[in-house]
Design a protein around this ligand. Structure first.
Ligand SMILES: C=C(O[C@@H]1C=C(C(=O)O)C=C[C@H]1O)C(=O)O
Length: 388
């Protein structure tokens, strides 16, 4: 006997049940259309009276009232979820109407034809030969007015905010080690604007004095992070090397050049060989190949160009169930594709977070503006970190 033919007493016919569901859905759709149109009337009122779209109290009262219509716990939860969605779409319609009336909130960004990179003064953290300098060179490959090292990431931010420099280049993420948390925090503190990003392949090389051979080497110098990334190489291939930590990789190269001792080597980017007159004794010696770091180029000016393809934002949310889910609905509803999401603790607020999201788009696009409008109203604070 075929299972789908089983029909017990009292069981309703599938086709009949579905026909009734279709009927109900048609009624819901009709009522929904009517409801959305009235939501449009509410938007007109809000536009005329400069009222915000979101009215949390009204929404909560409505949900409570609707829940009270049934004693069944499952139904109550279902009604809440259904009406949360209905009201969320109703708000999204209102944001669109606001935008159509030119009432969108000013995001404080202005479009420019192009950046003036040739006359830009650029700063990076470290010393010459640092990976940050390689990132600068790759990003400003058409040239810039100056490219100077500063001691710390904070110094780089200070330089652009006090006008000593136009752009700072900072690492934000390594493909092996993850995000550089400090620079996310500095971005928020200084309210800097991302104008571009540059991914640099991080290949560590073993550098020695000209004429030195690998068999001469006894001591290696580098930054602890680089030594850690080459730990397997040092342990398995050169267990006889003694490793010493220095403040950065380029400094290690400088030391090897200055000491003129052929038994010393540095672990650093191969670019340091040219800078410090050394030779590459071994290439790409880090344990994980394809190691890359992403840098951002930041400016104090709230500018973007028409060619921008990414928007980077940060916002904080109340510590409530579903708050992130509700915010993300704006990306889905407006058909925007998110490329990154990170979170960092909100300073001074235990277990509350700032979220960092990158998505594809440009501030000129309607979908982007509608999404940002919703986020601006429905998050505690929202910052556009750049569009590049
Ligand atoms: C429609 C309104 O705007 C928003 C949407 C609501 C809804 O769809 O019921 C309720 C409150 C507001 O957040 C309104 O203010 O009444």
């Amino acid at each position: 006997m075929r299972i789908d033919r089983i029909r017990m007493d009292g069981m309703k016919d599938l086709a009949e049940s579905r026909r009734r569901i279709d009927e109900i859905d048609a009624r819901i759709a009709e009522l929904y259309e009517e409801r959305l149109a009235i939501s449009g009337d509410v938007a007109e009122y809000k536009i005329a009276n400069h009222r915000p779209v979101l009215d949390k109290r009204r929404e909560e009262e409505k949900l409570t009232r609707l829940e009270a219509m049934t004693d069944d716990a499952f139904l109550r939860q279902g009604v809440r979820e259904l009406f949360e969605q209905i009201m969320s779409v109703s708000r999204k319609k209102q944001y669109r109407l606001l935008a159509e009336h030119g009432m969108s909130e000013d995001l404080g960004f202005y479009e420019i034809e192009d950046y003036d990179f040739p006359s830009a003064r650029v700063v990076y953290q470290g010393v010459r030969g640092a990976y940050s300098q390689a990132a600068c060179k790759a990003f400003f490959r058409e040239g810039c007015a100056s490219m100077e090292p500063v001691e710390t990431w904070r110094d780089a931010m200070e330089a652009i905010s006090n006008g000593e420099a136009d752009y700072a280049v900072l690492p934000v993420e390594n493909s092996t080690a993850g995000i550089v948390t400090e620079n996310y925090d500095l971005m928020m503190e200084y309210q800097a604007v991302i104008v571009g990003e540059q991914i640099i392949r991080i290949d560590h090389a073993l550098l020695g004095l000209p004429g030195a051979k690998i068999s001469d080497i006894r001591r290696v110098y580098s930054h602890p992070q680089a030594l850690a990334q080459c730990e397997g190489y040092l342990r398995n291939i050169h267990p006889d090397f003694e490793a010493y930590s220095l403040k950065n990789t380029a400094m290690a190269a400088k030391k090897v050049m200055e000491d003129k001792d052929p038994s010393q080597a540095a672990i650093a980017g191969s670019i340091n060989a040219q800078i410090y007159g050394l030779v590459v004794l071994d290439q790409a010696i880090q344990d994980i190949k394809g190691n890359e770091t992403r840098f951002i180029v930041v400016s104090p000016k709230r500018e973007y160009t028409s060619g921008a393809k990414n928007v980077s934002i940060a916002f904080s949310l109340p510590n409530e169930s579903g708050s992130l889910y509700r915010v993300l609905s704006h990306f889905i509803f407006n058909g925007l594709s998110m490329t990154r999401i990170e979170s960092r603790p909100l300073r001074g607020k235990k277990w509350e977070y700032t979220f960092f999201i990158d998505f594809e788009g440009n501030l000129r696009e309607e979908a982007v503006m509608n999404c940002l409008q919703g986020l601006k109203e429905e998050t505690e604070e929202m910052f556009i970190l750049g569009t590049f």
